[in-house]
Design a protein around this ligand. Structure first.
Ligand code: NAP
Length: 348
């Protein structure tokens, strides 16, 4: 029988922390044993420390006492949903103290020895970890997942990398839950579109090149394709949509592109990891799909949905993609990262 693994959450009281708690309920490998947050919450029961936003707080979790985010009592494997203003130092301190930090925060994503992982797309980027531990003198490690829009784009483009991607133009329609709670004021977003999300376009451009890049011993050689992102906040609760135009060097036919998307399976599917959707990129033939309200929650929020593949008069092809931003774009992504690491023997 599989030995169960105790896990903790850094930033457990926040919006993404709550998604981690919900996503980990009933997990076949991981037992939630520790919750960390700021000094404001430390010492309180979880139920008293936060306002729960996802239905009913699990009873077993509500009675747990929140700890402060200092190494000492936490289990070895930690998921991080720390506020970005404090994540750099706190995550580093835990990694230095021997913890495996599987982070959702942006802080370490672009460091050259830190994997920015999408398990279906670049599982080999985990090979950066031994070099990271050597260079930093850590027994622990930091592994990250991408920004919530980047993951939608890279899951859709991963199956197409074989055709030699040379240019990408993408426009996002991002849900309000991506801004945390309370997020964007209702007066700003209801009946409106906000055509600016701070640093989001830069993150999408750089993270996409790293994720679709090649592992080269001690670093990732970024994809050389040019990426241009336009990021917008729209009045949708959950589910980030991205529209994409893409150019390829190999000039595949539309049927080649469709086949690549539909037949795509990654390491998580082959290994049947617990949080892996059987089909990570689902193509929808209906002309008006995917839609966030109808599709984001399907497959436990872990699949990316693609539709409307057609010729693009400017680049080669264009399509739409959508995935759940706080599940596949945050908590679920990190849990799948940890499952991949476990399947690689990295949690032993
Ligand atoms: P949030 O709701 O503001 O939660 C932040 C968490 O960090 C809380 O648990 C908070 O604890 C803790 N914290 C704040 N200051 C701290 C300190 N000095 N020491 C220890 N803990 C501290 O934020 P969120 O929306 O969940 O986002 C968390 C992270 O995930 C951010 O880095 C964000 O960029 C990233 N992210 C968010 C989304 C999303 O969809 N929301 C998606 C992808 C990535 P207290 O409650 O005690 O203050």
């Amino acid at each position: 029988m599989q030995t169960r693994i105790e896990v903790g959450i850094l930033g457990a009281t926040g919006m993404v922390g709550q998604h981690f708690i919900r996503f980990l309920q009933g997990h076949p490998w991981f037992d939630l044993a520790w919750l960390g947050a700021s000094d404001r919450s430390a010492g309180k029961t979880y139920g008293d420390a936060m306002t729960w936003h996802l239905g009913v707080v699990p009873e077993t979790v509500a009675g747990m006492t929140v700890d402060d985010c200092k190494p000492g009592n936490a289990p070895r494997l930690l998921f991080s949903a720390m506020d970005a203003s404090v994540a750099s130092e706190i995550e580093r301190a835990f990694a230095q103290a021997g913890h495996i930090v599987v982070s959702n925060s942006r802080n370490h994503r672009m460091e050259s020895d830190v994997p920015l992982l999408v398990p279906e797309i670049n599982p080999d980027h985990l090979k950066l970890v031994p070099g990271q531990q050597r260079a930093r003198g850590w027994k622990g490690q930091i592994v990250t997942n991408p920004n919530c829009s980047t993951i939608v784009l890279t899951m859709a483009l991963g199956p197409l990398k074989q055709f030699g991607i040379t240019k990408i133009i993408t426009t996002t329609l991002q849900a309000i839950s991506g801004a945390g709670y309370p997020g964007v004021a209702s007066m700003d977003i209801v009946g409106n579109v906000v055509p600016f999300i701070g640093n989001e376009e830069e993150k999408m451009q750089q993270e996409t090149q790293k994720i679709l890049g090649e592992f080269r011993g001690d670093h990732i050689e970024p994809l050389t394709a040019k990426v241009s992102a336009h990021c917008n906040r729209v009045a949708v609760v959950d589910g980030h949509t991205v529209t994409v135009s893409v150019e390829f060097s190999a000039k595949p036919t539309e049927a080649d592109v469709l086949h690549a998307i539909q037949s795509f399976r990654g390491v998580p599917q082959h290994r049947q990891l617990p949080s892996a959707p059987p089909n990570p990129v689902i193509y929808m033939h209906e002309a008006n799909r995917p839609q966030p309200r109808k599709d984001a929650e399907r497959e436990r929020g872990m699949a990316a949905f693609v539709g409307r593949l057609r010729a693009c008069p400017v680049l080669d092809y264009k399509f739409v993609a959508m995935a759940h931003n706080t599940i596949r774009g945050a908590a679920g992504a990190a849990v799948l990262n940890a499952e991949l690491m476990h399947s690689e023997g990295m949690l032993d």
